[in-house]
Ligand binder design. Structure first.
Ligand SMILES: Nc1ncnc2c1ncn2[C@@H]1O[C@H](COP(=O)(O)OP(=O)(O)OP(=O)(O)O)[C@@H](O)[C@H]1O
Ligand SMILES: [Mg+2]
Length: 268
């Protein structure tokens, strides 16, 4: 959160504000529709960036280009100094860009712990021939990682319950846990509080702030109270274009942003 920055001297703040991901003229067309239109965006490595904009603005499509689900039509994405051009989704995960998926990606009949352990296991299996893996690396380490992650998202107490038996809010946190098990450097969250009760929303906001202490977080979020409370900076998309980006106070009072929301009819 922004509190972190105020405690630093200016030179420290400068040093910490390096960029982890840059898009250069990023464009994604679906047939005649330009869903992302020449977007040049910088995501600083520290803190939380919120991507906002009316329905259909291209927010989810932006994430889909980051994860390799959609190849850009034009322009490029540079992550940690290297282009993502041509990278497959699994390579991109390996490089540290991870999206928090929807709950349909769970194994509903496995326990919360088993779900997260499987995700943690994938990180170890890429290290070399299985023969070279010690028993610890191949089995115990992923289990320990999974327990640690479940603890972090507040699900330690339901670790041995099946995913399908968890409450809605718990399942959304399990989804976050599965993403964290890949040890992301950049975590993408698409409407992480959608459908949550006020209490679940508060817990999730706290969790996201906790994650952001050591991981770059980009969230797409419709709830402006949440955005203004959580984001260190905001990027506004409108009809595929980057309308503006800046600190929350600036965005809140930006007339172009207010107009875009009025024209776009706001959110459902
Ligand atoms: N796979 C696809 N094929 C064709 N068109 C698509 C595809 N994905 C998205 N679009 C279109 O691209 C535009 C941007 O969609 P996107 O889902 O990125 O918007 P969004 O900002 O996430 O909106 P919302 O706030 O409603 O989630 C929309 O017009 C949408 O219909
Ligand atoms: Mg969307």
């Amino acid at each position: 959160m922004s509190g972190k920055l105020t405690e630093m001297s200016e030179s420290e703040a400068d040093a910490s504000s390096e960029t982890i991901l840059t898009t250069e003229n990023l464009t994604k067309q679906f047939g005649p529709l330009t869903a992302i239109d020449a977007v040049s965006l910088e995501i600083p490595a520290d803190g939380i960036t919120a991507v906002i904009g009316p329905n259909g603005a291209g927010k989810t499509t932006l994430f889909n280009t980051f994860t390799g689900k959609h190849a850009p039509t034009d322009g490029q994405i540079v992550f940690d100094g290297e282009t993502l051009d041509g990278a497959e989704p699994h390579e991109i995960v390996g490089r540290g860009i991870v999206r928090s998926f929807q709950i349909t990606n769970f194994f509903a009949e496995l326990t919360a712990l088993e779900n997260v352990r499987l995700a943690a296991q994938a990180r170890y299996s890429g290290f070399g021939p299985a023969d070279f893996l010690t028993h610890h690396a191949s089995h115990e380490a992923p289990l320990a990682d999974a327990k640690r992650v479940l603890e972090r998202v507040g699900l330690a107490e339901v670790a041995t319950e099946t995913a399908s038996s968890l409450s809605y809010g718990q399942r959304r946190h399990l989804e976050i846990a599965i993403a964290l098990a890949s040890e992301p450097r950049l975590l993408l969250m698409d409407e992480p509080t959608a459908g949550m009760s006020p209490e679940e929303t508060n817990e999730t906001v706290e969790l996201i702030e906790d994650i952001a202490a050591d991981t770059t977080v980009v969230i797409i979020e419709h709830d402006m109270d949440i955005v203004m409370g959580i984001a260190d900076r905001i990027a506004v998309l409108n009809e595929g274009k980057l309308l503006t980006q800046g600190p929350p106070e600036e965005i809140q009072s930006d007339e172009r942003v207010q107009e875009a929301y009025l024209r776009g009819g706001g959110h459902e």
